[in-house]
Design a protein around this ligand. Structure first.
Ligand code: NAP
Length: 247
């Protein structure tokens, strides 16, 4: 197992990509704290699934956009497991609309959940990481943060912001042996993309050279790699896991 004795914190681990990241990290031996916001039962079932295969996991209720909740989460991780080695900033939402129709609330909610959350959690997670002189921060951005997308100025601004934050923080923390990388998923089958119309799904499929949509496992595999010693010399990078969509 690649992550024995490591402690990982995954935001938004109750469903979709975050749930699969939590399972995959636990399968490699990491003790995992996964946060949830509105899905306590789903979070609990991810924890039970992990426990059923002999892994260790706990669920913690926290709003990723709350600075105070981020501090409480990191305090909880440290009180339960004594250290924190891997932070995966995964929590995210969409509130799509053309700019003409987008409300201020849609803008604020998406920026706060997808971008401010990365600031919140990184801010508190780096303290123990600096103390132990090692750590991994993996931020889930999106291929649209690179390409742009109609109807998503809020989401794309947040995801592009995550890439900028990743590169700056990677430079700040490199001297402390903490790596910071981003993953930019393409179209992954989860609740988030189930909202798309059939016509929208087909239009996206036409842009994917590998001619299939991605699965949460495709992203989780990259998270495990970036968390492991195999990725010791990689920082400040953005990994597109998108079936070739944005090459
Ligand atoms: P999803 O199925 O909708 O799941 C979203 C997760 O985020 C849930 O666990 C949800 O928890 C959590 N979350 C939402 N708001 C939160 C908040 N305020 N505080 C804490 N947790 C919150 O989405 P997904 O497709 O797995 O997406 C995961 C990440 O990948 C997101 O950052 C997304 O932007 C990114 N991404 C997804 C795709 C895709 O095609 N699916 C593509 C590119 C990037 P609760 O249910 O407990 O509220």
């Amino acid at each position: 197992m690649k992550l024995q004795n490591k402690v990982a914190l995954v935001t938004g681990g109750s469903r979709g990509i975050g749930a699969e990241i939590s399972r995959s990290l636990a399968k490699e031996g990491a003790k995992v704290v996964l946060t949830y916001y509105s899905s306590p039962h789903l979070a609990q079932s991810v924890v039970e699934e992990i426990q059923n295969f002999g892994g260790i996991a706990k669920a913690f209720h926290a709003n990723a956009s709350s600075f105070e909740d981020a501090q409480k989460t990191v305090d909880y991780v440290l009180s339960e497991f004594g250290s924190l080695h891997i932070l995966v900033n995964n929590a995210g939402i969409t509130k799509d609309n053309l700019l003409l129709k987008m409300t201020e609330q849609d803008w604020d909610d998406v920026i706060d959940t997808n971008l401010k959350s990365v600031f919140n959690y990184s801010k508190f997670a780096i303290k123990p990481m600096i103390g132990q002189r090692s750590g991994r921060i993996i931020n889930i951005s999106s291929v649209v943060g690179i390409m742009g997308n109609v109807g998503q100025v809020n989401y794309v601004a947040a995801k592009a912001g995550v890439i900028g934050l990743t590169k700056s923080l990677a430079r700040e923390l490199a001297g402390r042996n903490i790596t910071v990388n981003a993953i930019a998923p393409g179209y992954i089958e989860t609740d988030m993309t189930s909202k798309l119309t059939d016509a929208q799904k087909q239009a996206i499929l036409n842009l994917i050279p590998l001619k299939r949509v991605g699965k949460p496992e495709d992203i989780a595999n990259m998270v495990v790699f970036l968390s492991s010693d195999d990725a010791n010399y990689i920082t400040g990078q953005v990994f597109l896991v998108d079936g070739g969509m944005a090459m």
